[in-house]
Write a protein that binds this ligand. Structure first.
Ligand code: APR
Length: 316
């Protein structure tokens, strides 16, 4: 049997994720769902018509789902489900402002995933992602390794792009890392940033690095402010699709993701942005690397900030 991936939510994030997943040409089927009548079917038809030009065979299936789970049979047998359903922010909003409205959406979606695709690995991207990931695990009751969130791959890419632009080097020369939350307590990790193997701190003064760190933390808001309506989706969908690919291929690659942390870094029982090996069962292992004292303190601060909010979502 070929691999099957579902993307829930056919908005900007979901439809571009479906496109990237289909263009990888490693899945037999990409299912795209939404609650809007006709939209996922229309996008699926459009994507399928691009197959002869782009040269991929993956079949995209678009399905409208109803308030009582109608249509969800289409996700049966999915190896991976990417949850993009939910509102994006508007200029001036923080991701946390979406908490209540998106919690309702993510809870229903998660319950349907548990019912129709009980063996799937779930990747959550809806914001605020650290909290929505925790909620999806609670609502599916899946083992914690099978539910994780997208943030670090995107934030790291934003950090990498800024470093590359600042130093006028190719993005592939840059290795960067961000941990922590996908929000105010994001922890870009300059001690793990190199350019052609040289430490970033040898190439840029501390104040310039701090400027890039701040820009990374505000990377999503910078796009939202320019777009005026909606939030970023090209880089986010690239990140989510790469994570789904790692699961489908059981690659074991180490990616920064929002994973259940229990013991690593002396942090217990919270979904948090850390590096982890990703494979067919989701998170194979959280990878603990050496951080500076300041970075570790930042990670612990992030853990406490998201822990409080993650406790709140259980009741939403
Ligand atoms: N099931 C499926 N889809 C849903 C549901 C639901 N219960 N509720 C809403 N949706 C759909 C909407 O109909 C819409 O098509 O989710 C889609 C969201 O699309 P956009 O508004 O374009 O938002 P997008 O940019 O895709 O962002 C989605 O990702 O980055 C985060 O903060 C962002 O939470 C937001 C999510």
């Amino acid at each position: 049997m070929g691999k099957k991936v579902t993307v829930v939510g056919a908005g900007f994030y979901g439809s571009t994720t479906a496109q990237r997943l289909a263009e990888y040409d490693i899945f037999e089927t990409v299912v795209l769902t939404d609650i809007i009548e006709g939209k996922p079917a229309g996008l699926a038809l459009d994507l399928n018509q691009s197959r002869p030009i782009e040269g991929f065979e993956t079949k995209v299936v678009g399905v409208t789902t109803g308030p009582n789970g109608e249509g969800y049979e289409a996700i049966e047998g999915s190896d991976v489900v990417v949850v993009t359903a939910g509102l994006p922010r508007k200029p001036g909003m923080s991701r946390m402002d979406l908490l209540e409205v998106n919690a309702k959406i993510v809870r229903t979606v998660a319950e349907n995933i548990a019912k129709y695709a009980p063996n799937a690995v779930v990747i959550v991207v809806s914001n605020p992602v650290d909290e929505m990931t925790a909620l999806a695990q609670i609502a599916t009751q899946f083992p914690k390794n099978r539910v994780f969130g997208q943030a670090g791959v995107l934030d790291t890419a934003r950090f990498t792009n800024s470093i590359a632009e600042t130093l006028a080097v190719p993005v592939k020369s840059v290795k960067a890392l961000t941990l922590g939350s996908h929000g105010d307590t994001m922890v870009p990790v300059p001690s793990r940033c190199t350019v052609d193997g040289k430490p970033l701190s040898d190439l840029l003064p501390a104040d310039k690095i701090e400027e890039l760190v701040v820009r990374t933390r505000n990377g999503g808001a910078e796009v939202v402010a320019l777009l005026k309506t909606g939030s970023a989706y090209y880089a986010p969908s690239a990140a989510a699709a790469r994570m789904a690919k790692a699961v489908a291929e059981d690659s074991g690659e180490v990616l920064p993701v929002c994973a259940w942390v229990d013991g690593e870094y002396g942090i217990n029982g919270v979904y948090l942005g850390v590096e982890a090996e990703v494979g067919a069962q989701g998170i194979k292992k959280v990878v603990e690397e050496k951080l500076t004292d300041t970075e570790l303190a930042g990670l612990k601060e992030a853990a406490e900030a998201v822990r409080a909010k993650q406790a709140d979502v259980a009741s939403l």
